[in-house]
Design a protein around this ligand. Sequence first.
Ligand SMILES: Cc1ncc(COP(=O)(O)O)c(C=O)c1O
Length: 451
Amino acid sequence: MKTTVAGPSYKEMLHPELLPPALRRSAAEAVARELDPLNLFNITWRGPDGRIRHVVLPKELTGVEANIVVLVGRHFPSGSHKVGPAYCTLMEGELAGEIAPDTSTIIGPSTGNFGIGTAYISRLKNYPAVVIMPEQMSRERYQRIRQYGGELDLTPGSESDVILVLERTEHYKKDPRNKILAQFELLPNYRFHRYVTGRSAIEAASAHGDGRIAAFVSAPGSAGTLAAADEIKAAFPESAVCALEPKECSTLFNNGRGTHRIEGIGDKMVTLIHNVLTTDYVIAIHDDDCVAGLELVERRAQLLERIAGAPAGSLVELQGIFGISGICNILGAIRLARHLGLGPGQNVVTIATDGFDRYPSVLSDLARRRGPLDDPALAGWFEEIFRGGSPQDILDVRPQPQKERLFGYKQRVWTAFGYSVAYLDSMKSQSFWDAEFEKIAPIDEALLARR
Ligand SMILES: Cc1ncc(COP(=O)(O)O)c(C=O)c1O
């Protein structure tokens, strides 16, 4: 009989210092051995020094007075914070007695990072895994999944064709041995980000400016990360929360649909776990601004320092920590700070989900698409990308008609997958989300009792 490997509680992911000291030391040593199951205990935003991993962007780059504080996700095991929701969904399934290593196969519907996290967690916890994802994602993603022993089932299209992934998932549901880590629907994703990411963001911001969070910005894929907003609003009710979308696939903005280049976000739906009550703004960002911005930040940092007038080394030292959606989040944070007129000492928090390691292949055809990458052209890009953005691309979704539009979209998507209108209606009250959040304490108790 195969046995499972225990991992951390929600509280220990937020505070790994609560782990027994010997376990914490062994987990720290396991970083050098990627496939060592002890790495489950390294699922945290904290670095070895106990600090929440984050950077504050140079003002010369952002062009705004407010601090843009970016939480850095690439140091999570498997290379992105998406491993957290994958772990929590599997862990909660085990505690509920629904998932067990000798009978279950883990299925991860994804556009990449959640699939990578699923393959990785399944490997560490002794399960076979199948990742369902679109066939046109970056090739680095497929390599990682195979490297962790995951099987791939590819569906047609790209990032914005996630509905096809969900439809393929329905086929797997017919075999009860298949256990779906349904990131778009299951609340462990909400719990991880509201509790672990939300409180980590609050702690990171406490060291800067006025110590508060004036705004939180995140481009949703599953909208798990956006759940951090619920905790941020509980601490700072005045904070503004903004979801970002590719302009080419502006579903939250105006029910739009289309293909785009920002891998991991813009999935042509309102996900089931998206608490639209706490989303205040939606900003549409041109997808190629993010790809070209990645080229500038990751490959032309020295030139960018000269163009922006940033201190030498200040951008070079940020190299490696951004992917395309990370640049999207930075651009959204800048544009929201400008729109709201945020001043010095105010903090805008956002997220870099993964790092540059999974995108070199995506930049390879930039010159073909946009012309020569010489210095004058790149200076023009800087202006357009970091100082650009139109007020027309910013939508206030606080008014009730906007909420109704988003609820309606959610209902159309999820009743088609068998959810009742009564359940969807219950999500229109904050008490639904708070009750889901309250489940963390008993889950942690059950986990510790079993471990
Ligand atoms: C690169 C990247 N950025 C952003 C996201 C969006 O995060 P979330 O699913 O928590 O909304 C994802 C999700 O897979 C991702 O892979």
